[in-house]
Design a protein around this ligand. Structure first.
Ligand SMILES: Cc1ncc(COP(=O)(O)O)c(C=O)c1O
Length: 372
């Protein structure tokens, strides 16, 4: 397999456990094990206490899939495959795509959303947003990218890294374009339920369109990335079967403790999401103040959902050089847009962690000292 290194993940592996301050993480503050166990109902606590560390069901623990199905309308446990989110992107693309297929992906993007397709030998077109219009993705622009041989459309809302969220009408229209042409859709919904305005949560693509695959999991909205549990939901039984056949060559099944802990989290999801959304609101107020005070250094579009945003640098420096200097001078890790193969003018700020205000203060001090 000829696949390019995952630039963002390589960067994280270099800095995530050595930099003193992290200003670019996309996950919400992680729960501790005792905090999660305290949320368990008696039945799930019993499963945990009597857990035998055997292999588990390849598709995912039946009780976990039943709990996940409750998140969706018109979906049951058979429509779900559980695996690590990143693994599911890899498996689905290998199940669906062949060399020569045409794929369209929202971009900038989490790299695997286009790189896996490219490594298979697909031609990939990037559907880029309009920064001047709040990073919105224009459907007319999508239509110009569609081809008779387009096999798969990959979208990600709330969007990593801009935090853009389309309206319900725009999302439905997008799926309609795919439906009219019989194109499969991979809808990466990893940041779902982190919308900042009530009632802006989109329906899941798998609820609206039979050829859609919705990806969700514990890593972002639940604040449990260390469990390595995600799920793919679709009514395409044949494709899911192929995904399971491929999974026999990656992990075979999920970690048994991870699955039981996942049941606890999914059953208590509303309360977990509410806690993370409250922290995001507090942190957005910090960012509002910061971007007002440093309007000479950055411009931004306030994100509508998720835990990240993508401000433009007005500072006279390339984003990658700026971020290198920042980690060296101030111990602050910030992700430059070059890691999204999106030029040198933006940085990604993550605001899902408890220490955001403290890290922003240090960031501001560094800007004062070196860039103003
Ligand atoms: C949009 C998106 N999809 C998928 C993933 C993969 O999730 P995980 O790292 O939990 O496998 C990420 C992680 O950052 C992401 O941002």
């Amino acid at each position: 397999m000829n696949i390019a290194p995952f630039a963002l993940e390589r960067y994280f592996s270099r800095h995530e456990f050595t930099a003193r301050y992290l200003l670019s993480c996309s996950d919400c503050e992680a729960l501790t094990l005792p905090e999660l166990l305290a949320r368990a109902d008696a039945g799930t606590r019993g499963l945990w206490d009597s857990l035998k560390l055997t292999y588990t069901d390849t598709a995912g623990h039946p009780l976990l899939r039943e709990a996940i199905a409750e998140i969706y309308t018109g979906i049951d446990a058979r429509d779900i495959v559980v695996a690590a989110p990143e693994e599911l992107i890899f498996l689905l693309m290998h199940a669906l795509l062949e060399p020569g297929h045409h794929v369209i992906t929202t971009a900038p993007a989490y790299q695997s959303l286009h790189e896996v397709a490219r490594s298979i030998g697909c031609e990939v077109s990037m559907w880029e947003p309009d920064e001047g219009r709040g990073w919105s993705f224009d459907l007319d622009r999508l239509e110009t990218l569609l081809r008779p041989d387009t096999r798969l459309l990959v979208v990600n809302f709330p969007h990593n890294p801009t935090g853009h969220l389309p309206s319900g009408d725009a999302f439905a229209a997008l799926l309609e374009l795919a439906r009219a042409r019989g194109i499969y859709v991979l809808s990466d919904e990893m940041y779902r339920f982190l919308e900042h305005a009530p009632a802006t949560t989109l329906p899941s693509a798998c609820e609206l369109y039979a050829r859609a695959f919705s990806l969700f999991g514990l890593s972002k909205s639940f604040g449990l990335p260390g469990l390595r549990i995600g799920w793919l939901v679709s009514r395409q039984a044949d494709v899911l079967r192929k995904v399971l056949e491929l999974k026999d060559y990656t992990t075979i099944c999920n970690s048994a403790p991870g699955e039981i802990l996942a049941i606890m989290a999914v059953r208590d999801r509303d309360d977990i999401f509410a806690g993370h959304r409250a922290r995001l609101q507090t942190n957005l107020a910090v960012l509002d103040r910061f971007f007002a005070d440093y309007a000479d250094c950055f411009s931004w579009h306030r994100p509508a959902g998720g835990s990240i945003c993508f401000p433009r640098m007005l500072i006279d420096a390339e984003a990658s050089a700026f971020c290198d200097a920042l980690v060296e001078r101030a111990g602050i890790m910030l992700v430059p847009s070059s890691l999204f193969q999106f030029g040198e003018r933006h940085v990604r700020i993550g605001y899902g962690r408890d220490d955001l205000a403290q890290v922003i203060d240090r960031f501001a001090a560094c800007l004062d000292e070196h860039y103003r």
